[in-house]
Design a protein around this ligand. Structure first.
Ligand SMILES: O=C(CO)COP(=O)(O)O
Length: 154
């Protein structure tokens, strides 16, 4: 691959954020309970309410951001921009309007910018968690934004 890209080493123990909108929380919680043993091998983050429920139902330790509508999605997005999150599990609700829809879209967008694995529903989460990369090392390719950052501004 050309020098427009660079490699980032993702370690075995990953920083994972879990988020679910209200109508999807039960689905994410049941999924997390089922996969608690695997999730325990990683550092877990979550938006406020999702995180509290995850801790209660799985017994796993979770670092909680603010609740989503209060800025939690943006905090997760900032972590991604800083290279502090390796994987996003975000069960968002396609059938309910969210007051913080711009934040949700920003989070999804920045995850794509940094080529962060992103599961937005349970079957995608199943595919990710059963991948050898989930608990193994992975070398990620991201766009090298040096050219963009050094561009001449008009
Ligand atoms: O709204 C959310 C994500 O957009 C989730 O936030 P909570 O986990 O605080 O409910």
């Amino acid at each position: 691959m050309s020098s427009q890209y660079k490699k980032i080493n993702i370690p075995e123990r990953k920083n994972i954020v879990l988020i679910a909108h209200d109508n999807k929380k039960r689905e994410l919680l049941e999924w997390a309970v089922l996969h608690a043993k695997e999730l325990a091998k990683h550092n877990l983050y979550a938006t406020g309410t999702t995180g509290k429920l995850l801790e209660r139902e799985t017994g796993l330790e979770v670092t909680c951001f603010e609740s989503g509508p209060l800025g939690g999605d943006m905090q997760a997005g900032a972590y991604i921009a800083d290279g502090k999150l390796d994987l996003v599990l975000f069960f968002w609700d396609p059938l309910a309007a969210q007051p913080h829809d711009p934040d949700v879209r920003a989070l999804l967008r920045v995850a794509v910018v940094w080529n962060v694995p992103l599961a937005c529903n349970q079957s995608s989460a199943d595919f990710l968690i059963t991948s050898p990369y989930f608990s193994g090392k992975y070398i990620k390719t991201v766009t090298d934004f040096t050219v963009y950052k050094n561009r001449k501004s008009p």
